[in-house]
Design a protein around this ligand. Structure first.
Ligand SMILES: Nc1ncnc2c1ncn2[C@@H]1O[C@H](COP(=O)(O)OP(=O)(O)OP(=O)(O)O)[C@@H](O)[C@H]1O
Length: 227
C-alpha cells in the first residue's frame, strides 16, 4: 500500500434538467482514494451516489471539475483515452449482475480480458482463479440462469476484477440479495479487494456493511463529507 491517490475527484459539479428547472446534484464534490483503501459512500436516496460513481468511472462527464485516475487527468483525454482507462483501471459492480446470459461464468469473466487483448488461455486461467476465490470453483461452466443470486453477484464481482483494475466502483453491490447472502458476498468482496490492494468506492445503504470499510463518507448539499 502507498499514499498515492489512485482516484481524485476534484470540485465536481453535475446538474440535471428536471422539467423547467436545473437541479444541481453535485456542487463541488471532492474525494481522494489511495491505493488499497476501501471507502463506503453512505447517503440517502437521490443525493447523488450513482452520479458520483458514474463520474468517477468516466461514464459521464461533469459540468466542471477534474477527475484523475492513476494521476492522469481524464478531462484532458479524448474518448479513446477514457475508454482505455475504463477498461484497464476501473472495475464496476452494479446492484444487478449484468452477466451475459448465453455465456458461462468463466466466459463472462474472460470477456473483459479478451476485449483488452489477453489471450484465451491466460484469460481462462485468470477467470478460474478469481471465480475460485469467490467460492465458485464448481460453477465455472454454469450459465447465469442456473446460478443463485449470490453466485451471480460473485461472478459479477470477479468479472469487475478481471483486468486487475486499480479502482473498483460498486453501486449497492449486494442490494439485490437477502440480508444473509448480502453479508457473505460483501465479506468476500472485501477480502479479495484487500488481498489484491485494489482501492474501492462502494455505495451502500447498509450501515453494518459500511462499518466494515476503512472509512465512510456521505453526500450533503452536493459535496462529499466524512462520516
Ligand atoms: N440522467 C439524469 N437526468 C436527470 N436527472 C437525473 C439523471 N441522473 C440522476 N438524476 C437525478 O439526480 C439525483 C441523484 O440521482 P442518483 O441516482 O445519483 O442518486 P442516488 O444517491 O444514487 O440514489 P439511490 O440511492 O436511490 O440510487 C436524483 O434526483 C435523480 O433523479
Amino acid at each position: 500500500m502507498n499514499d498515492e491517490a489512485v482516484l481524485s475527484l476534484r470540485r465536481l459539479v453535475r446538474r440535471f434538467r428536471s422539467g423547467d428547472e436545473i437541479v444541481t446534484i453535485l456542487d463541488g464534490a471532492g474525494l481522494e482514494l489511495r491505493a488499497g483503501e476501501i471507502v463506503a459512500l453512505v447517503a440517502p436516496s437521490g443525493t447523488g451516489k450513482s452520479t458520483l460513481l458514474h463520474l468517477a468511472g468516466l461514464l459521464e462527464a461533469p459540468e466542471s471539475g477534474e477527475i484523475l485516475v492513476g494521476g492522469r487527468s481524464a478531462g484532458r483525454m479524448g474518448d479513446r483515452g477514457r475508454t482505455e482507462i475504463r477498461r484497464d483501471e476501473v472495475g464496476f459492480v452494479y446492484q444487478f449482475h449484468h452477466l451475459l446470459a448465453e455465456f458461462t461464468a468463466r466466459e463472462n469473466v474472460m470477456m473483459p480480458q479478451l476485449i483488452a487483448g489477453v489471450g484465451r488461455r491466460e484469460a481462462a486461467e485468470r477467470a478460474d482463479g478469481l471465480l475460485r476465490r469467490f467460492g465458485l470453483g464448481h460453477r465455472l461452466n454454469a450459465l447465469p440462469g442456473k446460478m443463485s443470486g449470490g453466485e451471480k453477484q460473485r461472478a459479477a464481482i470477479a468479472r469487475a476484477l478481471a483486468n486487475r483494475p486499480h479502482v473498483l466502483l460498486a453501486d449497492e453491490p449486494t442490494g439485490n440479495l437477502d440480508m444473509h447472502t448480502s453479508g457473505i458476498v460483501f465479506e468476500e468482496l472485501l477480502r479479495v479487494v484487500r488481498e489484491d490492494g485494489v482501492a474501492a468506492l462502494i455505495a451502500t445503504h447498509n450501515e453494518a456493511l459500511a462499518a466494515r470499510m476503512d472509512r465512510r463518507v456521505t453526500l450533503r448539499d452536493g459535496v462529499v463529507i466524512a462520516l
